[in-house]
Design a protein around this ligand. Structure first.
Ligand code: ZN
Length: 168
């Protein structure tokens, strides 16, 4: 009888310990889930800001690229017809007359703009252009048409054909 009572006490003590541990487990794992969600949110924010930075940086250098999109993504402004254009202001004036460039240069305010769904301000549509497959039987050029908002830090995809079997 005495033994049974001791056993009951032991069991109760274990139950209390287990209950404490269970509560603590719930608390710390809940905290971890929140931190993980926050970390994931920050990771996405970093990636988005880096992508917007790459797009605007790419616009400033695309005029110098000999084979745009071949080895890494290239970025262009657009007109409504979908022709790739280069911001005139990033090209030194002595280079603007060179063949192949002059027909592509545009004042940025004259490029195709669409409203950012976040801030409702007009932003240029920027083409992200990249060769994703290269073979003698045929290439694949990926085209992504995006509005990159430097105010909302938001990238909005514009519905256009995403792939091309040839350049542009
Ligand atoms: Zn915006």
């Amino acid at each position: 009888m005495a033994t049974q009572t001791e056993d009951t006490n032991v069991t109760t003590q274990f139950q209390q310990v287990l209950q404490i541990l269970n509560c603590e487990y719930e608390r710390v794992s809940g905290e971890l889930s929140k931190k993980e969600a926050e970390t994931e949110r920050l990771r996405q924010a970093v990636n988005t800001v880096a992508a917007i930075h790459n797009a605007y940086l790419g616009l400033t250098s695309v005029w110098k690229e000999e084979d745009p999109g071949k080895y890494r993504p290239s970025y262009f402004l657009m007109n409504h017809k979908g022709d790739p254009l280069i911001p005139r202001e990033v090209v030194p004036s002595e280079k603007r007359g060179s063949w192949g460039l002059c027909s592509r240069l545009v004042e940025i305010e004259n490029a195709w703009h669409l409203e950012c769904p976040g801030c409702k301000e007009k932003r240029p549509v920027i083409l992200r252009y990249h060769q994703t497959f290269d073979s003698p039987d045929g290439d694949t050029w990926e085209k992504r048409w995006n509005i990159y908002c430097q105010k909302c830090f938001l990238i909005t995809q514009v519905e256009r054909p995403a792939y091309s079997p040839h350049r542009f």
